[in-house]
Design a protein around this ligand. Structure first.
Ligand SMILES: Cc1cc2nc3c(=O)[nH]c(=O)nc-3n(C[C@H](O)[C@H](O)[C@H](O)COP(=O)(O)OP(=O)(O)OC[C@H]3O[C@@H](n4cnc5c(N)ncnc54)[C@H](O)[C@@H]3O)c2cc1C
Length: 582
């Protein structure tokens, strides 16, 4: 018989990454009388996207920038589909939260005027290898109760309100039933939906944290929460094989993107931008076009880079993506021997559902309330507001928890429904039943093959059409039917089983969104080969949202509401773009 441990708290935070930890501290500082419980699947010292460390804070208002200029930048980057209220409220919190984490011990280098060292318009340098233990220790010191190594699987509800959650300890197998007056979900975005760049044992050498498997999104989808913009998939352009960020080399060292002939190529695709900043997807799209035109692979050119600065960059990679440091070190060694510094090859990764870089996630209001009463969402799991990165996740966590504190003052704890508790316990441990079934890695491979081939993965140069998406939807439904057959023989398998089931659920919603938006608004990210043009008249001010009821995914459209702000969007249909295969 599986043990059930019942816990209760005032504020429940699910996911102890960037957003969750800072939210817990804020709660304890603002309302020390409240009992805060943070539940994390790994260990808050090294979990989520920040686990390996980072080298910059990519959302920060540098001198001269304002919340409004930050909003303009996001509107341009997403071709108009942005929740202005979310971006503005987040941007106003960015610097305060950055300096809060600095006070906890995060080193932020300064320039000769005492200002944080600028890396880009909205980005500052940090020495961030230990960012997660620093945040973790501050969270522990806050007095929040922390439950490490508990994987949350589902939300507990009572008459439509979220009243807690269920989960299991990934080592002991203890089952937890948790009651809360308010619940904040911050389990991050989703990796592992698509076949990744690297095969076999190296498949987890991917960009996004491979342990963020879309659990929180899947929980919300199953509970009927409204989701937004899944079709805006985020696909980073990365150092090939190491799958490490290129910003450090492109932004900090000013290295140009060149093709195999040594020609810089970005400008020729985007001359029509009139010198305006390129969007993130522009760089990826142009790189792909060069390859399709027979001028690949593409590189970052290091030949004109100051060697001392390059050594600094190599050290920065040690703080977040050590394989890239090793790769650069190799190139420096061989480069010195041959007299030239070899360029660094770049490639796109597999697509991700992630609201911190992109737009996809829970549909929330300005206080970060989801459409399910009692449930808030913050960070990479929340949609509508891109380019949040680490500081934006902190900001959203803080905004959400402040509202939760207000919300629960008059509330009492609800009793959990016993039938719900037992049903979830049985579902969670059903892979342990004796059966001849499917081991989780097999289901994962099949999922990634379907998504790669029929839903615009790397092998398809990110493009897809209705016919393929419909096949993907059929295969995903078949994979869902196999949930009952999934098997586990160890606690590790059990975790993998839930990870892959959640990924299938997220993929089903993703494909439904991709089918719905019949235009191409964000090259590569959302590349409808059967609707290759951007269609502003039909889709230019529409969020594509969805609500799942049982096995039916209902699509909903919501209007973009623009704050009083003027932005000139980059044109995509003026003939300056070279299409696939040109
Ligand atoms: C490789 C990489 C490099 C980055 N570099 C930078 C950078 O240089 N600068 C910058 O500003 N931003 C950077 N970012 C972005 C930034 O790290 C994220 O936007 C931010 O961490 C998101 O915060 P979050 O709390 O939403 O998610 P995370 O910080 O990922 O936290 C999610 C947490 O939820 C936990 N969790 C997941 N599922 C469950 C479950 N079922 N039950 C319990 N817990 C669960 C995870 O273990 C994790 O601890 C980078 C991201 C990546 C992936």
């Amino acid at each position: 018989m599986i043990d059930i441990e019942e816990l209760s708290c005032d504020l429940l935070i699910i996911g102890g990454g960037a957003a969750g930890c800072v939210a817990a501290v804020e709660a304890r500082e603002k309302a020390p009388d409240l009992d805060v419980l943070l539940v994390e699947k790994a260990h808050i010292y090294r979990s989520g996207c920040l686990a390996a460390g980072i080298s910059a804070l990519n959302a920060y208002l540098t001198p001269g920038e304002t919340a409004e200029s930050f909003l303009r930048y996001t509107i341009r980057d997403t071709h108009g589909i942005v929740r202005d209220d979310l971006v503005l409220t987040m941007a106003r919190e960015l610097n305060e939260q950055a300096h809060r984490v600095e006070r906890w011990g995060l080193p932020i280098p300064r320039d000769e005027n005492g200002q944080p060292l600028k890396r880009g318009r909205a980005s500052i340098k940090i020495l961030g290898e230990r960012i997660k233990p620093i945040i973790g220790k501050a969270t522990e010191a806050s007095g929040a109760r922390i439950l490490n190594r508990v994987n949350v699987t589902s939300l507990a509800t009572h008459r439509g309100r979220v009243i807690g959650a269920f989960g299991f300890h990934v080592r002991t197998g203890k089952f937890y039933a948790i009651r809360a007056k308010a619940t904040l979900l911050c389990t991050g975005g989703t990796a592992g939906l698509y076949r990744p760049n690297n095969p076999g044992m190296a498949s987890h050498r991917m960009w996004y944290s491979p342990f963020n498997t879309g659990a929180g999104l899947a929980m919300g989808i199953r509970a009927g929460a409204e989701m937004t913009s899944f079709e805006f998939r985020f696909i980073p352009l990365r150092i090939k094989d190491a799958i490490a960020p290129t910003g450090e080399i492109a932004q900090w060292l000013g290295a140009k993107q060149i093709n195999a002939r040594g020609e810089p190529y970005l400008e020729k695709y985007y001359q029509h931008l009139g010198g305006q900043r390129m969007t993130t997807q522009d760089r990826l799209y142009a790189t792909l076009q060069e390859k399709l035109a027979g001028r690949g692979p593409c590189y970052l050119d290091l030949s004109n880079v100051d060697p001392r600065k390059l050594e600094g960059t190599t050290r920065a990679y040690l703080s977040m993506a050590p394989p890239a440091a090793m790769l650069l070190q190799d190139e420096m060694y061989y480069g010195r021997a041959g007299g030239t510094m070899a360029p660094v090859e770049i490639a796109g990764s597999e697509p991700h559902v992630v609201g911190g870089h992109g737009l996809s996630g829970f549909w929330i209001d300005a206080k970060r309330r989801t459409t399910l009463p009692g449930l808030w969402a913050a960070g990479d799991i929340a949609g509508g507001s891109p380019k949040k990165y680490a500081p934006g996740a902190w900001a959203e966590g803080v905004i959400a928890i402040r509202d939760m504190i207000e919300d629960i003052r008059p509330r009492k704890l609800n009793e959990l429904d016993e039938e719900q508790v037992l049903k979830e316990r049985d579902r969670v441990f059903s892979p342990f039943e004796e059966k001849q079934g499917t081991p989780p890695p097999e289901l994962e491979e099949r999922l990634q093959k379907v998504m790669d081939e029929y839903a615009g993965g790397i092998s398809q140069n990110y493009g897809y059409s209705e016919g393929e998406l419909k096949i993907a939807a059929i295969h995903l439904n078949r994979l869902q039917q196999e949930f009952e057959a999934i098997t586990a023989t160890s606690m590790h398998d059990l975790l993998l089983a839930h990870d892959v089931m959640d990924r299938v659920t997220v993929s089903q919603t993703l494909v439904a969104h991709m089918l719905h938006r019949q235009e191409t608004r964000w090259h590569c990210y959302q590349e409808r080969l059967d609707y290759p043009e951007r269609n502003d008249a039909r889709w230019g001010s529409v969020f594509v949202n969805s609500v799942r009821r049982g096995d039916t995914i209902e699509m909903v459209e919501r209007a973009v509401e623009r704050a009083n702000i003027e932005v000139v969007l980059p044109s995509l249909s003026d003939g300056a773009i070279i299409r696939h295969g040109d």
